[in-house]
Write a new protein. Structure first.
Length: 91
């Protein structure tokens, strides 16, 4: 009946970040999933403002998303903009 809870992987972001990351594979493929992943990175950026550069980009936040996810984000169509040469527009 209840969701099994464990300590959050990141105490600054909290348990909701874990739930948001776990929901990524259940989202429909395409832009909706990509935009949702960007919102997750945006939450990481807000929780760790020292990781964000002056232009608003954060390679550390994207790397952290990949570290926290228990599944292959690349296989789900979510690509790290710092590895693909795209702009980090996650907010």
């Amino acid at each position: 009946m209840f969701i099994e809870q464990q300590k959050p992987k990141d105490f600054d972001c909290g348990y909701n970040l874990d739930l948001m990351i776990a929901a990524i594979p259940r989202l429909p493929e395409g832009e909706e999933r990509i935009n949702y992943a960007k919102r997750v990175v945006g939450l990481i950026k807000q929780s760790h403002p020292n990781w964000v550069s002056e232009d608003g980009s954060s390679q550390a936040a994207w790397d952290y998303l990949y570290e926290l996810a228990d599944f292959d984000l690349e296989a789900l169509g979510i690509h790290n903009p710092f590895k693909t040469g795209q702009q980090d527009d996650a907010k």
